[in-house]
Design a protein around this ligand. Sequence first.
Ligand code: HEM
Ligand code: HEM
Length: 180
Amino acid sequence: MQRPGYSRTAIIMHWLMAISIFFLFISSWWMLSLPLPSEDYKYRVLPFQLHKNIGITLIFVLGLLLYVRWIHRPAPVEPTAMTPAMHKLAAANHVVLYLTIFVCCLSGYLSSAHSGWTTTLWWVLDLPDWGEESEELNILFSDIHLWTCWILLALVAAHISGAIYHAFRRDGLVRRMIRW
Ligand code: HEM
Ligand code: HEM
């Protein structure tokens, strides 16, 4: 029998992704408000490492979510929950969310790759230092990172507003993503 909503793995990946993104925004304010690293001040290192580790892991979470929802397609939404226009709007929001999260992660990674700092994934795996240290490239990708993050914040706000609207209507749509 087909599950009425998303598969369990898709639900776990969705919430892992949502929690990671909230953390990435919070950790960015945390890490950037600390003094630059020096012999005396090393406070920035931990939040930067956490931000980069969670951000890189998010690319795999995103890939897994796309893969599982592709092989176990969720059952269609009840026609009473959404008009065709709302359906198109929600689908567009999801596609742009996927793309923006990917570009946000990629630009963060590229900015970091040209910063001259190495990244050890989860303090275990040294990622290859392929990017030459370059202030120009670092700033370019950092700007792209910042702008895609703002776009992502706006998309997430629209997405959550949509979810709240459906929760108030009690049309069963939100349950597709919170059922076990
Ligand atoms: C969806 C995923 C991500 C979100 C929402 C996110 C969010 C942010 C935000 C809001 C900032 C502050 C920008 C500013 O004020 O200049 C930031 C900075 C930064 N992020 Fe991310 N980030 C993500 C993924 C990543 C990844 C995957 C990496 C690296 C592997 C990364 C590395 C950095 C670095 C090095 C900075 C500080 C320098 C800069 O501004 O580029 N981020 N991130
Ligand atoms: C950073 C936060 C979030 C992100 C990035 C995000 C992203 C996504 C994406 C990409 C999808 C599409 C899944 C697919 O069909 O491929 C989705 C679906 C969904 N999300 Fe979120 N989400 C976030 C937070 C939330 C929150 C807080 C709720 C509130 C309950 C929520 C409720 C839902 C629901 C109900 C669906 C399924 C919609 C449907 O059946 O068409 N999401 N989310």
